[in-house]
Design a protein around this ligand. Structure first.
Ligand code: SF4
Length: 113
């Protein structure tokens, strides 16, 4: 049997999360993308933390943060997710500056939910 690729596993998990309807960020795709863009553009640690704070408040009360953490790792996500800044699947404090941490990384756009 062929091993299942990381990408397929990530898609399967994303589907499960979407169908659960329990993500605290559900339906906030545009709003979340704006927070990610603001966080990515931050040039100081305090500005990065402030930009991420509204999204992190949602993550702090999200019932599926464990699944979300697994997904961002599988998906090699870059952005804000699972209560952290994420750089190609690796979680970091929101004070970490995107450009300094990961070079020229594009900012993914979360689908409107
Ligand atoms: S942990 Fe955060 S990013 Fe992940 S589903 Fe919940 S609210 Fe969304």
């Amino acid at each position: 049997m062929r091993p299942v690729s990381r990408r397929v596993l990530a898609q399967q998990l994303a589907n499960v999360i979407a169908r659960s309807g329990t993500a605290a960020c559900q339906g906030r795709g545009q709003w979340w993308s704006e927070r990610e863009v603001e966080h990515a553009a931050a040039t100081t640690r305090s500005a990065a933390v402030a930009a991420a704070a509204p999204a992190m408040e949602l993550c702090a009360r999200c019932p599926i943060v464990a699944s979300c953490t697994e997904l961002v790792t599988l998906d090699q996500y870059t952005g804000l997710a699972a209560g952290a800044a994420v750089f190609r699947g690796t979680r970091a404090p929101t004070s970490r500056l995107r450009n300094a941490a990961a070079g020229q990384v594009s900012v993914p756009v979360r689908e409107a939910g």
